[in-house]
Design a binder for this molecule. Structure first.
Ligand SMILES: Nc1ncnc2c1ncn2[C@@H]1O[C@H](COP(=O)(O)OP(=O)(O)OP(=O)(O)O)[C@@H](O)[C@H]1O
Length: 366
């Protein structure tokens, strides 16, 4: 069920800078969403508009079908967890978490019970009397979440809230946040510039660049079918090669024609082809679809990152097996591993092409 809708939202700041251009998005209840994009792409501006801390220049914000565009932040059923947690350093854990309820003059017994529940949800049982300064970064983060969920918001907005944590703690908190979201069953909208984080946590991701949504969809869909080169480059490592569509299910790149899974593009049209480094299998030179020579190799703990040259371009390969510098190797990939992108295609155009193609009745059932 749709809980939040942004309808043709734009935002121009007072100095004339246009931070958002025609943002349309639909948020369903009970799911985990990420707003993912590089610094300055407009993520926080979207979150602030949803929260009611900023007004859009044009467009409307809907909550459960009702226009809440001008509604005060305090009257929305949302809560925000900020990057710096914004905890009160002079209050202990209990007082920090209880703060919002006390403000609403909730009876003391109810406050005690709710604080206990909230601390239990974030796995901080027994921490009520600790001072904020006596907590680790991850624990402070969890206090901030407890404080935000105690008001039972319908939507929790999280702004880069893991970015201050070290890598190990960050991974731990990713799992925990996801678990908390599942347990509470409320909608989380999570702002991050870290693509791995967004892929690991989200039901759905909105990829932003330059104040526009580039693509939205499940992590798998966005990773496997990037609609343009920005998304392909931003989400994971990619080999992006210039190519030309020969006909449906056949594309030319690296000097050869290859069977692919894409259709609905005019024959002869210039395209870009994405091959993910982990989809390239290393074989004997004569068994590969292309033959390349190894330039360099880095061991990254769980895989080797190999750079190679051949077929008129440079290749990035992820492999669990190492190779030798200078070695000739074959690269094998399946037709489904080749992702063809039209130059400058937007998400809407991509969807329309897919639909019209599937609509012909000739497309794949998948
Ligand atoms: N009050 C303001 N006045 C003018 N420009 C602003 C204002 N606030 C933000 N901006 C600009 O709007 C753009 C989007 O900012 P926003 O904070 O939404 O980006 P972001 O994607 O969240 O970036 P980051 O990851 O760095 O926080 C940026 O170029 C920023 O400089």
């Amino acid at each position: 069920m749709e809980i939040i809708k942004l309808d043709h939202i734009t935002k121009q700041y007072d100095d004339g800078f246009v931070a958002l251009r025609d943002i349309n998005l639909s948020i369903e209840s009970g799911k985990f969403y990420s707003l993912l994009g590089p610094s300055g792409s407009g993520k926080t501006t979207i979150l602030r508009i949803i929260a009611g801390f900023a007004e859009p220049s044009t467009g409307k914000v809907y909550f459960n079908g009702q226009d809440i565009t001008g509604l005060d932040a305090s009257k929305r059923h949302f809560n925000t967890v900020f990057q710096n947690y914004a905890l009160f350093p002079h209050l202990n854990v209990y007082e920090n978490v209880a703060f919002g309820l006390k403000l609403k003059r909730t009876p003391e017994a109810t406050v005690r019970e709710k604080v206990k529940d909230a601390l239990h949800t974030v796995r901080l049982d027994g921490f009520a009397n600790r001072e904020i300064s006596e907590l680790s970064g991850g624990q402070q983060q969890r206090v901030a979440i407890a404080r935000a969920i105690i008001n039972e918001p319908k939507v929790l907005l999280l702004d880069e809230c893991l970015s201050a944590l070290d890598k190990r703690l960050r991974k731990e908190m990713q799992f925990e946040l996801r678990a908390i979201q599942k347990k509470l069953g409320i909608t989380f909208i999570f702002v991050t510039h870290d693509q791995e984080e967004a892929l690991a946590m989200s039901d759905e991701i909105f990829v932003l660049n330059d104040g526009q949504i580039q693509q939205s969809g499940s992590p798998v869909a966005i990773y496997d079918e990037p609609v343009n080169d920005f998304v392909a480059r931003f989400i994971g490592d990619s080999n992006i090669l210039p190519g030309e569509m020969i006909k449906d299910f056949e594309v030319k790149f690296a000097g050869k024609n290859f069977e692919c899974a894409d259709a609905g593009i005019t024959p002869g049209e210039k395209v870009e082809v994405v091959l993910r480094p982990e989809d390239l299998d290393i074989t004997a030179p004569e068994k590969g679809k292309v033959t390349v020579q190894v330039l360099s190799q880095l061991f990254l703990g769980d895989h080797f990152e190999i750079k190679a040259t051949g077929a008129g371009t440079e290749w990035l390969i992820h492999s669990t097996n190492g190779v030798k510098i200078g070695q000739e190797i074959g690269l094998f990939f399946d037709p489904e591993d080749i992702h063809v992108m039209r130059l400058g295609e937007t998400e809407a155009e991509f969807d329309a092409r897919l639909e019209s193609y599937e609509g012909d009745g000739e497309g794949d059932d998948e």
